[in-house]
Design a binder for this molecule. Structure first.
Ligand code: FCB
Length: 445
C-alpha cells in the first residue's frame, strides 16, 4: 500500500482539540469551560489530572506546527475553545482569544498547512452550563452567536469547518453517564441535550454557509462497528438498538430522516423537546461527513441495562487484541463502518477525521519505538484503502493525534500521539510512528 493509491488530492492530516492540548486555561482573558470545572472535582479524572497546562499548545503552537511541516503533514484539524473567544459564553468578545486562533491559522498557512477547524470539541463555557448548558434550548442562539463570530472573523483564511465533534459522546458521557463534563446523569438530560445539539449541528452549518459560501462544511460523528454476540434474535435486536444509538442518532436528523426512534423506542421521549418546525430545522446538507472510528463493539441482550437492554461484551473478555483504552484493535471495523455509512446514506464525501491508538511507548537509545501504533495505523489505513477502492468517496484521513495529550477522564495515561511530550520539560520527541506517517504521506505530496 502506498499513499498515492489514495490519489493526489487525498487529505492526509492529524487532529487535535483545544481542551486536550492548549493549556493556558485561564490566561489572556479566557473564561472557564465545563472541563476546567470538572477536573477540579475530586475523583472525576484519573489521578485527578487536569489540562490546565497540558502540552501548552497555546504557547508552543509554532513548534508543533513546525513539526507538522517537518513530517510533511499538510492538514491540521484543531478546535476553538468557545470560552477563549466568549469568556461568558455570549456577549463580550475576548480579542486576545481571537488573536490566538488567527496566529495559529496564519502559522499553518505560512507553512503551507491547511487548517481544519472544529467549532465545538466538548468545552462548553462554564457560564452557559450554569444556565443549563446543552439542556437549555437557548443554546441554539448562544451557539449561533459563537459560530457567527468565528466564521466572520476567521472565515477568510479557513476553508474547512466542522460544527461539532462527536455529539453522541459529549451528550452520552456528559449528560447520561456523568463520566465527562458536566457530569449530569439521566435519560431526560440526555435527550434534551441530544435534541439541542442536533439543532445546533444544523444551525451551525447554516450560519457557516451564509458567512462563508465557499467553505467546505462538515461535522463529525463517532461511529463503531456493532455486531451481535450470537446469531440469536435477542442479540441481533440488541445490536440494532445499539447501532441506532451509536451510529444513527445524529446523522439521520441532519439528512431529514428524523431520529431513529423505530430502532430504539426509548428515544421517542425526545419529542417532548421538539417544537413544530424542528424537524425541518434539523436538516443541513453538509459538504462532507467526518467519521471517527477506533474499534467495534460486540453486543448482547441484557435485561439489566435500562432503556437499551443491551450491553457490550468487553474486548478483554473476548480475549482479542486491545489498546490501553481496552478498545479492541480490529482494523476491519473502519472498512465496515465506511461501507455502512456510504451504503446506508449515499454520502458524497467522507473524511476519516479521527483514527488512532493508545499504546505504551518504549524508549530505545533516545528513540520511541512504538511499533504497535505504527502497525495499527498501517492496518487501519489499508482498510480505508479497501473501502475507497470499492467506491466509498473517502477524501481524507486524520490521525488522532499529533502530540500526546489529556485524554479526558483517562487523564494522561493513554498516549495517542505521533509525538511524545515530556509534561515536565515540554520537550517534544517524534515517535517512530510519526516518522513512518511522515514518510508514508510524503511520497504523494
Ligand atoms: C475521540 C475524541 C478525541 C479523543 C479520541 C481518542 O472520541 O473525539 O477527543 O479523545 O477519541
Amino acid at each position: 500500500m502506498q499513499a498515492k493509491d489514495f490519489g493526489d488530492s487525498f487529505h492526509w492530516g492529524v487532529s487535535s482539540a483545544a481542551y486536550q492540548t492548549e493549556g493556558a486555561h485561564n490566561l489572556d482573558g479566557k473564561g472557564l469551560s465545563i472541563w476546567d470545572d470538572f477536573v477540579r472535582q475530586k475523583g472525576k479524572v484519573y489521578q485527578n489530572q487536569h489540562a490546565n497546562v497540558s502540552c501548552d499548545f497555546y504557547h508552543r503552537y509554532p513548534e508543533d506546527i513546525a513539526i507538522l511541516k517537518t513530517l510533511g503533514i499538510k492538514h491540521f484539524r484543531f478546535s476553538i475553545s468557545w470560552s477563549r473567544i466568549f469568556p461568558a459564553g455570549i456577549g463580550k468578545v475576548n480579542q486576545k482569544g481571537l488573536d490566538f486562533y488567527k496566529k495559529v491559522i496564519e502559522t499553518c498557512l505560512a507553512h503551507d498547512i491547511t487548517p481544519w477547524i472544529t467549532l465545538y470539541h466538548w468545552d462548553l463555557p462554564l457560564a452557559l452550563s450554569k444556565r443549563g448548558g446543552w439542556m437549555n434550548r437557548d443554546i441554539i442562539r448562544w451557539f449561533g452567536e459563537y459560530v457567527d463570530l468565528c466564521s466572520r472573523k476567521l472565515g477568510d483564511r479557513v476553508k474547512y469547518w466542522m460544527v461539532l465533534n462527536e455529539p453522541l459522546v459529549f451528550t452520552g458521557a456528559g449528560y447520561f453517564l456523568g463520566i465527562h463534563a458536566p457530569g449530569k446523569q439521566g435519560l431526560l438530560p440526555f435527550l434534551s441535550t441530544v435534541h439541542h445539539a442536533a439543532m445546533c449541528q444544523a444551525e451551525g452549518g447554516r450560519i457557516l454557509k451564509s458567512n462563508c459560501p465557499d467553505a467546505e462544511i462538515g461535522t463529525t460523528f463517532s461511529c463503531t462497528l456493532v455486531e451481535p454476540h450470537q446469531a440469536v434474535q435477542r442479540d441481533i435486536e440488541a445490536s440494532k438498538r445499539t447501532d441506532a444509538l451509536l451510529n444513527r442518532l445524529f446523522i439521520e436528523p441532519s439528512l431529514g430522516l428524523g431520529y431513529p426512534v423505530d430502532y430504539f423506542h426509548a428515544l421517542r421521549r425526545i419529542e417532548k423537546y421538539m417544537r413544530a418546525d424542528d424537524e425541518v430545522a434539523l436538516k443541513f446538507d453538509f459538504d462532507f461527513i467526518g467519521l471517527q472510528n477506533y474499534t467495534r463493539e460486540i453486543i448482547r441482550h441484557s435485561c439489566f441495562t435500562p432503556y437499551i437492554h443491551a450491553r457490550p461484551v468487553g474486548a478483554e473478555q473476548r480475549n482479542v487484541p486491545t489498546n490501553l483504552m481496552k478498545w479492541e484493535v480490529y482494523p476491519e471495523s473502519i472498512y465496515q463502518t465506511l461501507k455502512l455509512f456510504y451504503q446506508r446514506y449515499s454520502l458524497d464525501k467522507i473524511i476519516i477525521t479521527e483514527n488512532g491508538a493508545a499504546f505504551d511507548d518504549a524508549w530505545h537509545n533516545g528513540k520511541i519505538d512504538d511499533s504497535q501504533r505504527q502497525l495499527y495505523l498501517k492496518q487501519y489505513i489499508a482498510q480505508c484503502l479497501r473501502a475507497k477502492q470499492e467506491g466509498v468517496p473517502l477524501a481524507g484521513y486524520f490521525v488522532w493525534t499529533l502530540t500526546d495529550n489529556f485524554e479526558w477522564a483517562e487523564g494522561y495515561k493513554p498516549p495517542f500521539g505521533l509525538v511524545h511530550v515530556d509534561l515536565t520539560t515540554q520537550k517534544r520527541t517524534i515517535k517512530e510512528s510519526g516518522q513512518w506517517y511522515g514518510r508514508f504521506i510524503r511520497k504523494v505530496q
